[in-house]
Design a protein around this ligand. Structure first.
Ligand code: ME8
Length: 526
């Protein structure tokens, strides 16, 4: 059983401002990290930026800047966005930092010493955007990059190569032993059938044509290939190879830690093939999971900076609030599948789930407790109405299900569990019709309904707190839940919410004017 977690996002290219696709991956990782911490697990959450390579240098040149000041500015905007979105990363790694560069050089030197890297000449098709070399077959007759479909150019240069062939069998065995090393399974099949079975060529791991990178100490006219450089971030951020290796020992070396890399489908080849091979070469433990999430598209096209069809998360967060955007990202796009960003669905999710379901449940519950019980949550009594046992079982069942889903990285399903509980409680109001109970003076039943509702809201708020980082607390504030009960341990027992004086607050999520808001968001997408 793993009791500690190391969760990482890809480190993004600072070649343009972050778009909602980056925000998607980072937010999901944040929700996962907050979920683990909530449940009492020691967790380290890493994100950062991938700042070297030809592509960054070209973008900087286009902007009339040197690469370092160019990336400094964009990295600052990424960091600002993560603060705005309440991303709780424990560290932010930049590949231009000395602590990172040292690790890349050490890994490269060790690979050379071990004979896993040799000097040769590269001839092939190069895609500058993807920083990847392709073979004749991969580039096809039209000479297009198989990933981004842009034209590739013929390149030939002296290069160091990593001996992939040496590690192929070990990699296939690792896939067999741990199907989560590349998950979902369809991604692993893709790795095996598209890349490994046709014959994996040795990987070119240095460049002489690009000087914006980590220098190869043994041969300084070479810089380390950006992907070897970038992947090493997961180790360098833990202080691997430095005098201070405590974090590395705790969060990588120790088998009690579950190492989880979350990445998009576009970079699965690098994480599921080359990264495990580099680790094998270094004699280090492999990650426990590489989870490949789907991509957010706009009108069926992958959203990407280079295509210019991006949605910026800034105006969305500013207008609708950080919790609404976080919720949308976690709930709307099933984690692991592709999804489409549409203004219609965005507004509908906010209205239906957050305003109508969650906001209304709180509003109705607090209003009724004010009206019927002078603002005090009645003492908890089980089994008074014929629905009470079902509600209690559902509360406990939801908590279990939520844990199973989160442990399995089924984040969308975990969030849905909590929201199903909310929906059930709204139905419970209709079934028990408290206004009728009040009229008929059935005070015992009325009290039971109110305390059950308060308890459902309490549990839902704690379960949703990794997503709704502000609003979960607002729910608990309105129920006047003391700080000592605002934790995961306390929700394991049903019925702890009683006798608190409720505080009616502002509407949790205002209902949006559908037409106006859709128009507004469409405007942002132009
Ligand atoms: O590839 N939908 O950086 P990158 C969902 N530096 N997620 C998206 C997305 C979209 N439309 N677009 C991007 C790189 N992403 C390398 C990574 S890691 C050692 C080096 C997310 O800036 C998704 O997670 O192109 C994807 O894998 C990542 O951003 C790529 O970001």
């Amino acid at each position: 059983m793993k009791t500690r977690f190391y969760i990482t996002t890809p480190i993004y290219y600072p070649s343009g401002n972050a778009h909602i696709g980056h925000a998607y991956c980072t937010t999901i990782c944040d929700i996962l990290a907050r979920n683990k911490r909530l449940r009492g697990f020691e967790t380290r959450f890493l994100t950062g930026t991938d700042e070297h390579g030809q592509k960054i240098k070209e973008h900087a040149a286009k902007a009339g800047k040197e690469p370092q000041p160019y990336v400094d500015e964009i990295v600052a905007s990424f960091q600002k966005l993560w603060r705005l979105m309440e991303i709780s990363n424990d560290d932010f790694i930049r590949t231009t930092e000395p602590r990172h560069i040292k690790v890349v050089q050490t890994m490269f030197s060790n690979m050379l010493k071990k004979g896993d890297i040799y000097l040769g000449t590269y001839k092939g098709w190069y895609c500058t955007e993807c920083e990847a070399f392709w073979t004749d077959i991969q580039a096809g007759p039209e000479h297009l990059c198989p990933d981004c479909h842009r034209p590739v150019h013929e390149a030939s240069e002296e290069s160091y190569f990593f001996k992939c062939s040496k590690y192929v069998d070990e990699l296939l065995k690792a896939y067999k032993d741990n199907p989560k090393l590349c998950f979902p399974a369809s991604r692993m099949h893709e790795m095996v059938n598209t890349f490994i079975k046709p014959g994996l060529q040795d990987l070119s791991v240095s460049r002489t044509s690009n000087d914006w990178g980590v220098t190869v100490l043994e041969n300084p006219k070479h810089t380390v290939y950006v992907w070897l450089d970038a992947l090493a971030n997961y180790l360098s951020a833990l202080g691997y190879g430095s005098e201070k290796e405590e974090l590395y020992k705790k969060f990588w070396e120790d088998e009690k830690t579950e190492i989880i890399h979350i990445i998009g489908a576009d970079i699965s080849r690098f994480h599921c093939i080359y990264w495990p091979m580099f680790l094998m070469s270094a004699g280090l433990r492999l990650p426990d999971r590489v989870f490949v999430h789907g991509l957010l598209k706009i009108k069926d096209e992958k959203m990407s900076k280079s295509k210019g069809n991006v949605v910026s998360p800034y105006p969305l967060v500013e207008k609708y609030g950080v919790d609404a955007v976080r919720y949308y990202l976690a709930r709307e796009v099933t984690f692991g599948r592709d999804g489409e960003f549409t203004p219609e669905q965005f507004v509908e999710r906010l209205n239906v789930d957050l305003a109508n379901q969650l906001g209304n449940l709180l509003n109705r519950t607090v209003s009724m407790i004010n009206k019927y019980f002078n603002g005090e949550i009645p003492a908890y009594k089980a089994g008074v109405t014929k629905f009470d046992t079902e509600i209690e079982n559902m509360i406990l069942g939801t908590i279990k299900q939520y844990e199973i889903h989160f442990d399995d990285l089924q984040i969308t399903e975990g969030v849905t569990d909590a929201m199903n509980l909310v929906a059930r409680a709204n139905k419970y109001i209709d079934e028990t019709a408290p206004w009728v109970l009040a009229k008929e003076n059935e005070l015992d039943e009325l009290a039971a309904v109110m305390s059950h509702l308060a308890n459902v809201l309490y549990v839902a708020a704690i379960l949703l707190s990794p997503v709704l980082v502000h609003k979960a607390n607002e729910i608990l504030d309105q129920l006047n839940v003391p700080t000592s009960l605002r934790n995961y341990q306390s929700i394991q027992k049903v019925g702890v919410i009683e006798k608190f004086k409720v505080n009616k607050g502002a509407q949790l999520f205002p209902r949006l004017d559908v037409k106006a808001e859709i128009e507004y968001i469409k405007g942002l997408m132009k």
